[in-house]
Design a protein around this ligand. Structure first.
Ligand code: PHB
Length: 368
């Protein structure tokens, strides 16, 4: 029998050889404590999943004001950079490849995450229309974010560049720019959250794209394009996101990114994370003609639907999230047909400590 297409090798941008097409999707796990630094347990978690063709880390904060998630790690300090080096060394020793996802939460934050900087920052002063955010001081109402000045935008671009350089020093194989899920970059891209009247906003696609363009170009000062990916969520409602022109805007953004010949564009395309219902949801096939970069599809894929996406030519890579939490040896299970453990309960997604994190066994009962 021919091997599953998911288990065939793939070369990313003629540069990086992935042993299979199954990617560990970036997942916030909230386990790095007040220090926001990865530790031995973080390394164990990623090593357990090193049979992925590629690991993408959980969102990793590029500056203090970027922080909007309790227990999420950072990569702006020297200490965190050194701590990540231990993780990448361990993953490499286990035969894995690992990209760092660079994250700025934008308006999905609260002043109690960064007392010095004060309010969360965003393109426009529009609060998330949801009841509360989980902040260091507990569950609190969302604040109206401070609209960024052009100087702050430039500083943030520089923060992305510094974080990308730290990721290189930390031994990562590449970086993913988090442009999805209503966080800072996505909130520049979309009309729902970007009401600016300057060159970074408004109805103009070019203006809304400018921040992602500058971030991408800053990251490309540090990394070759073959080691940089971007993640987008055209259908997403998460963080109160979703804009009526999404079917026109996202292919256009992807066409603009094509000029950089990035390693891949990663789409949260499945609807399991919630979708905005502002039109027919987009599918992977909508993006093939917009880019020569590899495509990565995410959210809710099974073995069968992932295989079909690859066989039909709509995607090159599939990233798996929840199934990989409870099945650390997911590629082996797909290969042997071993039974999959159920998805984890929501209660352990972000809870501190090893439970629901590093305590899931492989199919043979061992815990690595
Ligand atoms: C994200 O970084 O996209 C993200 C983080 C935490 C969530 C959901 C999405 O719960």
């Amino acid at each position: 029998m021919a091997p599953s297409p998911l288990l065939t090798p793939f070369t990313l941008a003629d540069d990086l050889k992935l042993k299979n097409r199954m990617v560990l999707s970036p997942m916030t796990r909230g386990r790095t404590g007040d220090m926001q630094r990865p530790d031995k347990m973080t390394a164990q978690y990623y090593v357990q999943r090193a049979s992925a063709g590629l690991i993408i880390t959980e969102g990793t904060l590029i500056s203090t004001v970027a922080n909007g998630w309790v227990g999420a790690p950072e990569i702006y300090s020297k200490g965190a950079t050194l701590a990540w080096k231990e993780v990448t060394d361990a993953v490499h020793a286990a035969g894995g490849l690992i990209f760092c996802q660079l994250w700025h939460c934008g308006r999905a934050s609260h002043s109690s995450f960064h007392a010095k900087e004060g309010k969360a920052v965003a393109p426009s002063a529009i609060a998330i229309n949801e009841p509360t955010i989980h902040a260091p001081i507990g569950k609190v109402p969302h604040e109206v974010p401070a609209p960024m000045t052009v100087d702050q935008i430039k500083e943030t671009v520089a923060d992305f560049e510094r974080a990308a350089a730290n990721a290189k020093a930390a031994g990562f194989d590449g970086v993913e720019i988090h442009g999805a899920n209503g966080y800072l970059i996505d909130s520049f891209l979309q009309t729902k959250t970007n009401k600016r009247t300057d060159e970074y906003g408004g109805e103009s696609l070019e203006n809304r794209f400018r921040f992602l363009k500058e971030v991408t170009e800053a990251v490309l000062k540090v990394w070759p394009a073959s080691r940089v990916g971007v993640r987008l969520s055209p259908n997403g409602v998460y963080n109160d996101q979703g804009s009526p022109d999404f079917r026109e805007a996202f292919p256009w953004f992807v066409e603009q990114l094509d000029k950089y010949k990035l390693a891949y564009i990663h789409f949260i395309i499945g609807l399991g994370f919630g979708f905005h219902k502002l039109g027919e949801p987009m599918v992977m096939a909508d993006f093939r003609k917009s880019t020569s970069s590899a495509l990565m599809a995410n959210c809710g894929y099974t073995k069968e639907s992932g295989e079909k996406e690859i066989t039909d030519g709509n995607s090159d890579l599939i990233s798996y999230g929840r199934p990989w939490i409870t099945n650390p040896d997911l590629p082996a299970r797909f290969e042997t047909g071993a039974k999959l453990a159920n998805d984890p309960p929501v209660g352990v997604w972000y809870s501190p400590g090893p439970k629901g994190y590093v305590d899931y066994p492989n199919a043979d009962g061992t815990i690595v």
